[in-house]
Design a protein around this ligand. Structure first.
Ligand code: EPU
Length: 423
């Protein structure tokens, strides 16, 4: 099994370019099923989740042509299956968007329950409530979710919890429903706006994406031949910003929308990191001592839960005791056990991690327990004394394009061991 070897305590220095957003791309690709036509998507991250999603969509009859490493042409004219039931469905969370897209296109869908990182219970009741409100009958049979509708009719849907997945899934189905759908208490993440922009470019009528009320007026059909570029990955950008700060580095993070980074930027400034924003890049300079801060993760525009594990590593470098409160998921502190193997002084009290800064980390064999936990392990390895060995690298590959190469370009001593070969 692949692993990463990191020799730590090198200050990161230089420039890094952020890839397209995973969580936008995993929505835009299924959205292409609503067109029954061709479209071209640029800035698609070359990551494992996208390869798996393409494979699932191919099993439905969609065709993909790689124009270059990050540009794909999608042809969904002959996509004629509504059965998203291959075992790949378990391998990523974003596979749940096939439910909304297939329901919108065929008025029926059969989908296997999605997989994704394990943060405790991750229900999809709000997705189901949304589909039912639009007129679908929902049955659970043999581990599959079966959706059927004579027709989809717009409805007013209030989400009981702010859910990114439910907001996007309902939007996908509602685009092809009759009449007006209103999603209230909608999530506001940048990737929701990106997916809505793609659909609107194809002729959909979605207003209010990025606010907590989204109005979707259904259309009979969507047109193809649209070229859409995926927004930069807010979480990858944040991972590099945090890594730069944690290594006391001096890094220009390029291909960023600074507005999307505001909650992190504010915390870094509070910690005494110099952050300079440009049109599409952010410069991080962390020469000074870092101060403790308290962080609470919240839906956008709050501090993203996906940056919680990397932020915990950064706080190990701050003076004094900091806290992180997880406001989204029940159980997203499993990686802390791994950090403790490196000497991290962190205790978990319910949904709060109490982080004692200032103590040294020492390299150790550790494992990535999920995607962003994997990013946290890498940053821990970058600041630790000696060698850190990270197992379960597949998790990192799910969401970070060329992470090893990017850190190497910033001066990190990091390498990947593949079946006893090195890359
Ligand atoms: N929730 C419900 N019922 C639902 C849906 C969600 O109770 O029907 C709860 C969840 O249990 C959670 C909260 O609502 O407590 C928010 O969950 P949300 O639906 O927003 O999360 P998600 O759609 O499962 C997406 C991202 C995650 C990211 C979260 C929060 C994708 C594919 N996944 O998950 O990304 O952490 O939003 O921002 O977009 C990652 O990229 O590493 C990742 C985990």
């Amino acid at each position: 099994m692949d692993r990463l070897i990191i020799r730590g305590q090198k200050r990161l220095k230089g420039e890094v370019t952020v890839s397209g957003a995973k969580n936008a791309a995993v929505g835009v690709l299924p959205a292409a099923l609503l067109l029954s036509d061709c479209c071209t998507i640029e800035n698609v991250p070359d990551i494992l989740d996208i390869s798996i999603l393409k494979r699932i969509m191919e099993s439905l009859g969609a065709k993909f042509e790689n124009i270059d490493a990050n540009t794909i042409k999608i042809d969904t004219r002959n996509a004629n299956s509504y059965m998203a039931t291959t075992e790949d469905m378990h391998k990523l969370r974003g596979s749940y968007y096939l439910m909304g897209a297939l329901l919108g296109r065929f008025k029926k869908a059969v989908a296997t329950f999605p997989g994704g990182c394990n943060f405790g219970v991750r229900p999809i009741d709000q997705h189901i409530k949304g589909f039912e409100s639009l007129g679908a009958k929902v049955e659970i049979e043999h581990g599959h979710i079966k959706l059927t509708a004579h027709k989809l009719v717009g409805a007013s849907i209030y989400l009981d919890v702010v859910s990114v997945g439910a907001t996007i899934n309902i939007m996908l189905a509602a685009v092809r429903a009759e009449g007006l759908t209103t999603i209230e208490n909608a999530a506001k993440e940048p990737h929701i706006v990106d997916i809505a922009n793609f659909l609107n470019a194809c002729g959909a009528d979605i207003k209010g994406a990025g606010t907590d009320i989204i109005r979707i007026r259904g259309v009979r059909e969507l047109k193809g031949n649209v070229v859409h570029s995926i927004i930069p990955d807010q979480i990858e950008a944040g991972t590099f910003m945090i890594a730069a700060a944690a290594t006391r580095g001096d890094v220009l993070v390029k291909n960023v929308i600074p507005k999307h980074m505001e909650s992190l930027t504010a915390k870094l400034i509070e910690m005494n990191v110099k952050v300079e924003e440009f049109d599409d890049s952010i410069h991080i300079n962390a020469k000074d001592k870092l101060s403790k801060v308290n962080i609470k993760t919240l839906p956008y525009p709050g501090f993203p839960t996906d940056l919680q594990p990397p932020a915990a590593v950064l706080l190990l470098r701050a003076e004094g005791i900091s806290t992180i409160t997880e406001g989204i998921f029940d159980n997203r502190f499993q990686y802390i056990e791994e950090l403790r193997r490196m000497g991290a002084k962190i205790r978990v009290e319910g949904r709060m991690a109490v982080i004692e800064g200032g103590s040294k980390l020492s390299g150790a064999p550790i494992k990535a327990v999920d995607l962003r936990a994997g990013a946290a392990c890498v940053i821990a390895g970058l600041i630790a004394e000696g060698e850190t060995e990270i197992y379960n690298v597949d998790y990192i590959d799910r969401g970070y394009e060329k992470m090893v190469e990017k850190f190497r370009l910033l001066g990190a001593e990091i390498r990947r061991i593949i079946d006893s070969k090195e890359d």
